[in-house]
Design a protein. Structure first.
Length: 326
């Protein structure tokens, strides 16, 4: 138990730099006195821990000192962050590095922990792509990822979702995001605002020799969350009022994802005397034409009560289908 705590203390100092005894005690959930004893034990074991006095003081490792795990290279160490996603690691060109890192890590672990790691691999698997959809071909992903890492300007030709080809332009690649099995590049372009590009739509890329400065304070996760929210707001153009059967309630999350789940959370019984029967929900939908196609997938398990324009559009489509099929 103490050996685990000493290793945690060492890694805290290595990863975070100078920390006070109180900060270390809070992280390790021990007393300050225990921290002082553990620091002495590390020193006795040859770990160069320095104590800086004063208001800005604390404990830190001697400059340049790092503990390493059986010779992990930088690429192998970085690939460990993708240990739960071997498919994306291969697409990024890190498949071999990840395999080598895992072998080195297993060799460094005590037998019991190594066996536990193997059991985890046998029992848990992450499959990122969505059902019934082939993964995007991403022949340029590894080169784009290298440009992101090196902060190199990327000269690229891109095809819009409409099929229109954009002329070559210089991008400042800031990060990569894997969403539902689809890779996106987040990048700036000169003085334009940061945008997202689907990696599969890049027709050609060339990494330039010039570097660029990342925007001060840019947070990839925060940008993606806000970008996703803006995209959902732009797509959801009106709110449909639906009458759903019990089976329709089960189908709604399957067809509409998170929007369907949120709609069901506020569902109201159509008949208060029958709370387990049909319910009324309010569901944000996209453009009229897209909404009609999406709602038809619910079949007879749903009825659109409003808005009137959406109900008429759905009725017209159903009438046309009835006429076509006689």
């Amino acid at each position: 138990m103490r050996a685990d705590r000493l290793l945690s203390l060492l890694l805290l100092l290595q990863n975070r730099g100078r920390l006070t005894a109180s900060e270390l005690a809070a992280e390790l959930e021990v007393s300050v006195r225990t921290v002082h004893r553990d620091i002495e034990a590390l020193g006795a074991a040859g770990v160069p821990v320095r104590a800086d006095r004063g208001r800005a003081g604390g404990y830190r490792l001697m400059d340049g000192y790092r503990t390493r795990l059986t010779g992990l290279t930088d690429a192998q160490a970085g690939s460990l962050f993708l240990a739960g996603a071997p498919g994306p690691a291969r697409e990024l060109g890190l498949g071999a590095d990840l395999a080598a890192a895992q072998l080195k890590l297993q060799a460094a672990l005590p037998a019991e922990l190594a066996a536990r790691g193997r059991r985890l691999q046998e029992r848990f698997h992450l499959d990122a792509p969505a059902w019934f959809r082939d993964a995007d071909p991403v022949p340029h992903l590894a080169q784009i990822a290298q440009a992101v890492w090196d902060q190199r300007v990327l000269h690229a030709r891109y095809r819009r979702w409409s099929g229109e080809e954009r002329p070559g332009r210089a991008l400042h690649p800031l990060g990569l995001v894997l969403k539902g099995g689809i890779w996106y590049l987040v990048a700036g372009a000169g003085g334009e605002r940061v945008r997202s590009y689907r990696v599969a739509r890049f027709l050609a890329v060339d990494t330039g020799t010039e570097s660029f400065e990342r925007p001060s304070g840019f947070d990839l996760a925060a940008y993606w969350q806000e970008s996703t929210r803006r995209l959902e707001d732009a797509f959801h153009q009106e709110t449909a009022r639906l009458l759903l059967s019990p089976r329709g309630r089960r189908l709604l999350p399957m067809q509409f994802g998170a929007a369907g789940v949120r709609a069901l959370a506020d569902a109201e019984p159509a008949d208060p005397a029958d709370p387990d029967g049909w319910v009324v929900v309010h569901l944000p939908v996209e453009s009229r034409s897209v909404a009609v196609g999406d709602l038809l997938r619910l079949g007879t398990e749903a009825e659109v009560l409003g808005p009137p324009g959406l109900r008429r559009a759905l009725a017209d489509t159903v009438a046309a289908l009835a006429d076509r099929y006689g």
